[in-house]
Design a protein around this ligand. Structure first.
Ligand code: HEC
Length: 392
């Protein structure tokens, strides 16, 4: 029952995470596109930077953007912040129910570092805090004045985090944590910088003063960081479903390529929204495609050829030792009541039925056994691989 309810909790928190995440990213996309599509020419009201006519859902909208603030504060102001806060809260909830409560399965790989669950969790919390503090320090230091230099340092910070995480966690735990750290930085940007700065501007306005444009500028800088990070973070968040991403011994390179591809695709879309000349941003397309091609190349499977033939009984012995506690009609593993994904591996016929998937999960990507709980060796993986290959 506990396992069953735990699964429901996981599903419901995940559902919420997707809903509010879509809301957050949607508003981020919308406002970036709005900013880029503003018409800054022509007649405008005083204090207005630009205007835009838009059509959606059967109505026409006319939007004016005030650079600092309108001369008089409107009675009701619509804030866009709960999407961001709740995305972080639900994301942290998922981190707890999936990764902290099942640290041995999803976070720890004894072959990488034999951590105790409490150590893995402490590293997770500590690293997110330290990573965020470094980012905040960079933004507030003189480096923060130089947008390009800041972006490069930020890029290096995320790569550094990827190197760190791949040396302490399982592949999926590591990639998910790169996403969790980056997502936390994005949410704190909204919570600790963008919204407070906006509030300072509103307060100045209420006092009858002209708000300092500096606050708006810093807010814009952070929201641009967030905008460029959305696409890479989305991919990091779904990466646990694609174990091949973290299969390379230097998987941080894959993180770097995802960052480059995601940010350049975002840049391309931003410039399309701005209606720029293709010649000024067209370069982003080959860069993104190139980064993805390199990622495909470095994650391609490398398997050894040759070796002694493996008998059916031997293959079954390996899967009984390393898989059947979860993948059985009656699993004996405490965390599973039924075979995960309905993949039962009780008999030789089962192994033949799922041969291709077994090869992918246990030989190629080393994603199974989950968290390498049973410390499966590379020799055993190769033997299982030879058995599968001989089937054809
Ligand atoms: C500790 C429990 C556990 C062990 C041990 C385990 N698995 Fe899994 N397996 C899972 C879970 C959980 C999933 C679902 C994957 C997910 O949600 O990412 C899964 C999924 C799979 C899938 C389906 C993948 C897909 O996406 O279709 C295959 C195939 C698989 N495992 C093979 C194996 C093999 C082969 C072994 C032994 C070498 C093994 N597993 C050991 C828990 C386990």
């Amino acid at each position: 029952m506990e396992v069953f309810l735990g699964e429901w909790a996981n599903l419901l928190i995940r559902w919420m995470h997707m809903i509010v995440g879509i809301g957050w990213i949607g508003t981020s996309f919308y406002f970036m596109a709005l900013d880029y599509s503003l018409n800054k020419l022509g007649q405008k009201n005083p204090g207005v930077l630009g205007t835009a006519w838009q059509v959606h859902g059967g109505g026409f909208y006319y939007v004016e953007k005030y650079t600092v603030a309108p001369p008089q504060l409107p009675e009701t102001l619509h804030w866009f912040k709960w999407e961001a806060y709740l995305t972080w809260v639900s994301g942290f909830g998922l981190l707890i129910v999936q990764y902290y409560l099942h640290a041995r399965s999803y976070l720890i790989d004894p072959a990488v570092l034999p951590l105790e669950p409490w150590q893995a969790i402490a590293i997770s919390l500590g690293s997110i805090l330290v990573g965020w503090a470094i980012y905040e320090g960079l933004c507030r230091s003189p480096i923060g004045q130089n947008a390009t230099l800041l972006a490069l340092c930020f890029f290096a910070l995320i790569i550094g985090a990827a190197v760190f995480y791949t040396h302490v966690y399982s592949g999926r735990g590591a990639f998910l944590h790169v996403g969790a750290l980056t997502g936390s930085i994005m949410a704190t940007n909204v919570f600790a910088v963008i919204v407070p700065n906006q509030k300072k501007m509103v307060a100045a306005l209420i006092r009858g003063e002209t708000p300092d444009a500096y606050y708006g500028m810093v807010g814009k800088q952070r929201s641009t960081h967030n905008n460029y990070l959305t696409l890479p973070v989305l991919l990091m968040m779904v990466s646990p479903h694609y174990p091949f991403l973290s299969s390379h011994p230097h998987a941080w390179m894959v993180v770097a390529l995802i960052l480059i591809a995601g940010a350049t695709i975002r840049h391309y879309l931003n410039r399309v929204d701005a209606g720029d000349d293709w010649n000024s941003y067209g370069w982003a397309a080959p860069v993104a495609i190139g980064a993805l091609m390199i990622a495909i190349f470095i994650t391609a499977p490398r398997t050894k050829e040759g070796g002694a033939a493996v008998a059916d009984a031997e293959a079954l012995a390996i899967t009984h030792k390393h898989c059947a506690m979860c993948h059985s009609a009656k699993p004996t593993h405490v965390a599973f009541q039924e075979a995960p994904k309905n993949v039962t591996l009780d008999t030789v016929a089962d192994l033949k039925k799922y041969a291709a998937l077994i090869y992918l999960q246990a030989v190629q990507n080393k994603a199974m056994p989950l968290g390498n709980e049973t410390a499966m060796t590379d020799d055993e993986r190769e033997a299982l691989g030879r058995w599968v290959k001989a089937l054809k």
